[in-house]
Design a protein around this ligand. Structure first.
Ligand SMILES: [Zn+2]
Length: 228
């Protein structure tokens, strides 16, 4: 079951004659592409994927689930795959009840599971592009988790807050997680020094090797892959 979850508030109208969605909200009316077409496309793509992997042709259900703060209307009285999130458990029970037995044998299920995991690709959402940000828009450096002071300084192998005195050897992890969501998984010694405001390549190296990251390349060109 593919559930396309829409967190769009306001009054939604699913126009199924011309396949678009409108939303009335305090800032007026806006038109969106049709989530019904979207979820059906995802179903076709999954069916296609099953067939190229020589996996059994499974029944695939699709639903568009809307946030409980939303009111929904449509021009299509037969549209039964658009629901509000409150109705999801009941809808799943209905689908389960409509099947007599399993649609797939255990061996194929194992193969399906393995194929799904092998073909999984991480979606890296580009926040910088989406919100037109550049590096001047946010704090680099290590932020003190206790008093939010920036920056913490690395002194004798641990991060120290100049403001409240809090110490933590692993305080860089939160900053590197921010880096990961902003720039993606690959990082070099130089990029890390730049982001954590570290002067010493040796300290950066120690931090990177302690994190046991996979890497490629050698010496200065070595790229590490963050994994959060
Ligand atoms: Zn502090």
């Amino acid at each position: 079951m593919i559930v396309e979850v829409k967190n769009i508030g306001g009054e939604l109208f699913y126009n199924q004659r011309f396949n678009y969605m409108t939303r009335k909200w305090t800032d007026g009316e806006h038109t969106f592409s049709d989530p019904v077409l979207q979820v059906r496309r995802h179903r076709r793509q999954l069916q296609h994927w099953l067939s190229i992997k020589n996996l059994p042709d499974l029944p695939i259900y699709c639903l568009v689930s809307n946030s409980p703060e939303t009111s929904i209307d449509t021009d299509d009285p037969d549209l039964n795959i658009v629901i509000r999130t409150d109705a999801l458990p009941e809808k799943i029970e209905q689908v389960e009840a409509s099947h007599a037995g399993p649609s797939i044998d255990p061996t194929s299920l194992d193969r399906l599971t393995k194929n799904l995991l092998d073909d999984h690709t991480e979606n890296h959402y580009d926040y910088l592009d989406k919100f037109s940000l550049n590096s001047k828009d946010f704090n680099k450096e290590v932020i003190c988790p206790t008093c939010q002071h920036v920056p913490m300084r690395r002194i004798y192998g641990t991060w120290q807050c100049q403001n409240c005195g809090y110490k933590n050897a692993e305080a860089h992890l939160a900053a590197l997680r921010d880096y990961y969501f902003l720039y993606g998984s690959s990082i070099t010694n130089k990029k890390m020094r730049d982001f954590l405001m570290l002067d010493s390549p040796d300290i950066a190296n120690r931090i990177l090797s302690n994190m046991n990251l996979s890497s490629s390349g050698k010496n200065k060109g070595r790229v590490y892959f963050l994994n959060f």
